[in-house]
Design a protein around this ligand. Structure first.
Ligand code: GDP
Length: 195
């Protein structure tokens, strides 16, 4: 649906820079290196669309993309940098909180989790923030081409257990591999059906 129709709109560092909330919006969150840029590129069919958000200086911005004139796709900065300065983390958390609680058109957050690692404490923090912001979120497992079947099953079990504790969690988990093209169409359809 979104192929060739997604454009980068703007990078935002403060609430007053947000575009008007005049259409359905979904956001993508995840630890750095989870495969977020690759997944957004796969979903939108644009090879290098989300690369901008990974370049130094843009990593703390909330990046807005317009999809098919009907949706905003929002790329939240990757979290869990091992040695990010405290002040940077604090600023980012403040903006994230403001964004999640202040965006009435935000229909769903996709929390990306690496299928080899499962849910980590920083993911739990984001999920708790989504609970308190009353933003429905759905967990997307990335890189499912990497783990062995048995390990993937263990991750799934861990993720299901964790999600059960979060009132804002949508129970269905989306399994994806951007490399193999798995789950991409599912995700695209899911986004398209939200309105
Ligand atoms: P981001 O920091 O979350 O935006 O992560 P990237 O999209 O830059 O991906 C981080 C690394 O994971 C890169 O080396 C990607 O090539 C790799 N990667 C992303 N998606 C997949 C996938 O589906 N399968 C595999 N095997 N590797 C992936």
């Amino acid at each position: 649906l979104f192929a060739g129709e997604t454009e980068f709109l703007k990078g935002v560092v403060a609430m007053d820079g947000m575009p008007p909330g005049d259409r359905c919006e979904v956001c993508f969150a995840g630890r750095s290196n989870v495969g977020k840029s690759t997944l957004i590129n796969a979903v939108t069919g644009r090879k290098a669309l989300a690369r901008a958000s990974n370049t130094p200086g843009r990593t703390q911005e909330i990046n807005f993309f317009t999809a098919a004139d009907s949706h905003y796709l929002v790329d939240l900065p990757g979290y869990g940098f091992a040695n990010a300065p405290v002040a940077v983390v604090a600023k980012w958390q403040k903006l994230l909180k403001a964004y999640l609680s202040g965006r009435a058109n935000l229909r769903r957050a996709f929390v990306l989790v690496d299928s080899r690692h499962g849910i980590k404490p920083v993911d739990e923090e984001i999920m708790s923030l989504l609970d308190s912001s009353a933003v429905t979120f759905q967990c997307v497992l990335t890189k499912t081409d990497k783990p062995k079947k048995g390990d993937l099953d263990k991750t799934l079990e861990q993720v299901r257990g964790a999600l059960a504790k979060h009132p804002a969690a949508y129970p269905e988990i989306v399994l994806t591999s951007s490399d193999k093209g798995i789950g991409i169409e599912t995700l695209r359809t899911l986004i398209a059906t939200l309105s």
